[in-house]
Ligand binder design. Sequence first.
Ligand code: PLP
Length: 378
Amino acid sequence: MERIYFDNAATTPLSPEVLTAMMPFLTENFGNPSSIYAEGRKSRAAIEGARKVVANSIGASLGEIFFTSCGTESNNMALKRAVLDLGVRHIISAATEHHCVLHTIEAIAREEQIRVTNVRLDAAGRPDLDHLEEILQSEGGKETLVSLMYVNNETGQMIDLARASAICKAHGALLHCDTVQALGFFPIDVQQTPLAFLSGSAHKFHGPKGVGFVYINSDYSIKPYLDGGGQERNMRAGTENLSGIVGLAAALDIAVTQMESRKAHIQNLRQHMVSGLREAFPDIRFLTDIEGASHYKILNVCFPLNAKTELLLMNLDITGISASGGSACSSGAEKGSHVLAAMLGEDDTTCRAVRFSFSYLNTLEEVDIVIEKLKKFV
Ligand code: PLP
């Protein structure tokens, strides 16, 4: 059975071109980048070449990019070091952030004397930037870090990053943005949209798993996150994930170069799915703000919760379709989604939410097959 993979917000398959770029660094080019002889120098050159690609892709300078093991580590590093090294005493975030941000903030708050404020969500479930402005106006932005994601991984809702950046700048607050779902899909330019930190993760844009990066604005100086050797200019010790870093840069380069054509294709897939679902299920509700600012790769659909849809994800899986779930309530073995709980309210038990997320590798035919299958299960 050919499977249909509609869970590209969870992870993406490695592109063949990316694997090709990585292969030499998994085989003959194995030198430790810290070694001063030829093999090491070759590896060092590959890492610095990758850093250049990443820096160029977001308008940063080379010294502002640090490779890490994943988006989670990047977010941990930014949030924890901002409190420890930059005097941050107030973190403003939102209930819909990824757990790697929410749990990190909770962990910091347990150990350090900091205050945490969540901005309200607007009607579409986005962090309300008017509220962010109100908070900063009344409390000031001194010693404050604002941490908001660019694209929500469950709903696809996007914030107006330029506005968030302008608000933080106007009040002297630092801005950290989890751009893990956006990087490679939307132009990001830290010159035009200044921020203190942003994070990226290769496996979300057809790169390998286990490698990410953090951008740290050179205006801010933080201490090492991992202590040990002097890798990553003393900021993140540990022998570099050489092939991973090369793969991250190759995948990002391709994603940026092909951004418009991939976007057109994926947008078309999502629109086709929306039309097909509306036709098949006239009462369908979307949790993704399709007409508003949302990521074109994500479509979160709310099916009515009943005995049939209770097992929807399992039934889809059995028939060869991979998609993700998440409901406001904790039903069955599935843990409820904190994002949907924050959006819909804890007691919304009417919604069986399914997140479909597409990539440039998916096809219109796959969308048609999924809609036909859904007709049987809903
Ligand atoms: N932030 C967001 C918005 C994500 O969607 C994810 C992954 O699901 C992460 C952070 C964590 O990234 P990683 O899997 O590289 O740790």
